[in-house]
Ligand binder design. Structure first.
Ligand SMILES: [Zn+2]
Length: 68
């Protein structure tokens, strides 16, 4: 079956009998992501987590008593 990546509109063919194809047929809301976007999102998520920890540290440092 053909699946389209909602992020970059890449159409990829996946095996009709693969577990992923069955999942996509059964659950229409399940989004298919091409490998490139999947990798990118995974990297961004990891980066965001790292940034989030950094921000948390920065916020603590710059705590303003007049704003709380
Ligand atoms: Zn994609």
């Amino acid at each position: 079956m053909d699946v389209m990546c909602p992020i970059c509109d890449t159409v990829e063919s996946i095996d009709n009998d693969s577990p992923l194809a069955k999942k996509l047929r059964n659950r229409r809301k399940h989004l298919y992501l091409c490998q490139a976007c999947h990798d990118r999102i995974e990297k961004n998520t990891l980066k965001r987590h790292a940034t989030g920890q950094f921000n948390l540290y920065e916020e603590k440092k710059e705590e303003d008593p007049y704003l709380s």
